[in-house]
Design a protein around this ligand. Structure first.
Ligand code: CO
Length: 150
C-alpha cells in the first residue's frame, strides 16, 4: 500500500468510528494485513488507517513479537508524567522532532475479532499509541514539535 505523505488532505481529516459488528468483515482483515505489511516494509512501529487513505479509526502497532490491531482506540487515562522524546512519521519523511507525550496511559479498543480490550502502556508503546491516535484526529507530530531537527 502507498503511504500518503504531508501535505495530503486525507491526513488532516477526522476519521470515522468503525461499526463494531463490521470489524470481522473481510475488508477489515485484509486492510489489517496490508497495513501490517506496509508498516514492516517501511520499518515503522505504528501505522494509522488515514496514512493509507482510509479515514476510519483503525491503528496498527508493533508490539512484542507481533502486531496489535486496534479498532476505535480511545485513551481513557493518561499519566501526569510527561516525557519529551524524538519522533518521526512515515507520512512526514526525513523530519524528526522532540514531542511531549504522557509517559503512560490506559487505552480501550476493539481487537480484530471485535472483542473489547483494555491495555496499559508506558514508554515507547504509550508514545506510539498517542502518535497513532492523533492521526485519527488529523493531527501530525509536527504540530506538536517543540524543536525541529531537519
Ligand atoms: Co505517524
Amino acid at each position: 500500500m502507498k503511504i500518503l505523505t504531508y501535505p495530503n488532505k486525507i491526513l488532516r481529516k477526522k476519521s470515522e468510528l468503525i461499526k463494531i459488528e463490521e470489524i470481522q468483515a473481510k475488508k477489515f482483515s485484509k486492510l489489517c494485513l496490508d497495513m501490517e505489511k506496509s508498516m514492516n516494509n517501511n520499518k515503522g512501529i505504528g501505522l494509522a488507517a488515514p496514512q493509507v487513505g482510509q479515514n476510519i479509526r483503525l491503528i496498527v502497532i508493533k508490539h512484542k513479537d507481533g502486531c496489535l490491531f486496534m479498532f476505535n482506540p480511545e485513551i481513557v487515562k493518561k499519566s501526569e508524567k510527561i516525557i519529551l522524546a524524538e519522533e518521526g512519521c512515515l507520512s512526514v519523511p526525513k523530519v524528526f522532532g522532540q514531542v511531549e507525550r504522557s509517559f503512560s496511559l490506559t487505552c480501550v479498543y476493539y481487537n480484530e475479532l471485535g472483542e473489547k480490550k483494555k491495555v496499559n502502556a508506558k514508554g515507547l508503546f504509550a508514545r506510539v499509541v498517542q502518535h497513532e491516535i492523533d492521526h485519527l484526529d488529523g493531527v501530525l507530530f509536527v504540530d506538536k514539535i517543540s524543536r525541529l531537527v531537519l
